[in-house]
Design a protein around this ligand. Structure first.
Ligand code: DGL
Length: 271
């Protein structure tokens, strides 16, 4: 068995992580992916850290059983709760989350080092972005804002209507002179067009997806883990409702997924 030809495992609480998968597929077109969405238990963002960590460990275990050569935690909330644990326990494969790349992207984009984080409640409470930015740069001023309504709006496909606009305007009213907003939640990049329209030009909006893909590519290169297979594939696994996943996925992934590429798995068998 050639480890290089194993897929890259990616998991999220549900559909949002498809925004990260999209960037991974773009950056690494020859690689194969197994995407696992915990649609039965979404959202993670309002659950306690202990629960999210437990769920994340289960998701990682399911993917590891499928033989993967690297693991991407494509969910911010799960990254904050479980990355250190998973990096320690899965020592034989690289494990990356989305917080560190997102924090790095913010530091590169911000001139004034006044940075706002828009994320879920549990991500904000973890202070993971505050801490990571603080470790990488001195004197940054980081403000965190829980923007839970945006998750619900994205899942309803309301990404550019009057309600979405009002909710975004509400969250933007929390800003005080930051020159960079980090979209610290997988669902939020779908609001990029609206954010761009509503924000002054000097405010940069960054998300983790691209930076995570670049980090993964670098890791695969360093560890000589690029695939040798001539063709790539992506398989989707969900813990509930294949139909809903298939219907909503274009919002996050940008293209349709064939229903035959999505399998339902029972998380109870893996706990
Ligand atoms: N995937 C989650 C995140 O990035 C957002 C959705 C949820 O709350 O489960 O934090």
């Amino acid at each position: 068995l050639d480890k290089n030809n194993f897929a890259i495992g990616v998991f999220d609480s549900g559909m949002g992580g498809l925004t990260v998968l999209k960037a991974l597929q773009h950056e690494l077109p020859n690689e194969s992916f197994i995407y696992l969405g915990d649609t039965a238990r979404l959202p993670y963002g309002t659950k306690s850290r202990v629960t999210v960590k437990k769920y994340a460990i289960q998701m990682a275990r399911i993917l590891v059983e499928k033989q993967i050569k690297a693991l991407v935690i494509a969910c911010n909330t799960a990254s904050t709760a479980a990355i250190s644990y998973l990096q320690q326990t899965l020592a034989d494969i690289p494990v990356i989350g989305v917080v560190e790349p997102g924090a790095q992207a913010a530091i590169s984009a911000s001139k004034t080092k006044r940075i706002a984080i828009f994320a879920t409640q549990t991500t904000i409470a973890s202070r993971a972005y505050h801490d990571t930015i603080g470790q990488k740069t001195n004197g940054a001023h980081v403000s965190g804002h829980a923007c839970s309504l945006l998750v619900a709006l994205a899942e309803e496909g309301m990404i550019d209507n009057l309600i979405a606009r009002q909710v975004i305007q509400h969250y933007l009213s929390y800003l005080s002179n930051e020159d960079c907003i980090v979209l610290g939640c997988t669902h939020f990049p779908v609001f990029n067009p609206l954010l761009k329209a509503l924000l002054p030009k000097k405010v940069k909006v960054v998300d983790s997806a691209k930076a995570t893909a670049a980090m993964l590519k670098k890791l695969l290169q360093e560890q000589a883990l690029f695939t040798r297979k001539p063709s790539s594939s992506t398989q989707f696994l969900v813990t509930d409702s294949v139909d809903r996943f298939q219907r909503l996925s274009p919002i996050f992934l940008g293209n349709e997924i064939a229903i035959s590429d999505i399998d339902l798995i029972d998380v109870a068998h893996h706990s």
